[in-house]
Ligand binder design. Structure first.
Ligand SMILES: [Fe+2]
Length: 147
């Protein structure tokens, strides 16, 4: 999937136009360059390979979170088969987007963390929720769900 990627922090831009600066690291617009293979998708979503099952984010939404009234707990794990978290092979970050606009990034370290993360959205959140995860060896993988 062809997209603009920040060459400083690896953030993938999902909007039709580039922002003035990267919403993750603040690098200027000129830091983005178009990459042919920016994002990976399973070849056949109904029949994923083991590699794909380890990388495609699985998104779940908990609508009964007690953090705040109406809070949406959006959880992503990598993946259906748990991805390794070893110093030489791990999930480096997870980016969350709402309607293609950047919401949050979680940086992961391999020693003490499992490959998952969550955000808590304020009440009334709706739209298309996208998660992109970055594996240090196998690239960036995307999945989305409707809120
Ligand atoms: Fe991987």
């Amino acid at each position: 999937m062809k997209k603009y990627v920040c060459q400083v922090c690896g953030h993938v831009n999902l909007l039709n136009e580039l922002p003035d600066k990267c919403p993750v690291c603040g690098a200027p617009r000129k830091s983005f360059s178009e990459k042919e293979d920016a994002l990976k998708l399973p070849a056949d979503p109904g029949n994923m390979t083991e590699l794909e099952k380890k990388h495609v984010p699985l998104i779940t939404v908990n609508r009964s979170c007690s953090l705040a009234e109406g809070c949406l707990d959006v959880h992503a794990r990598m993946g259906e088969i748990v991805h390794p978290m070893l110093p030489e092979h791990y999930i480096t970050f997870v980016d969350f987007y709402l309607d293609d606009k950047f919401l949050a990034r979680l940086h992961l370290t391999p020693e003490k963390l499992n490959p998952a993360g969550c955000i808590h959205m304020k009440a009334g959140g709706s739209g298309k929720l996208t998660v992109i995860e970055s594996c240090n060896i196998h690239g960036k993988w995307i999945s989305e769900t409707a809120l």
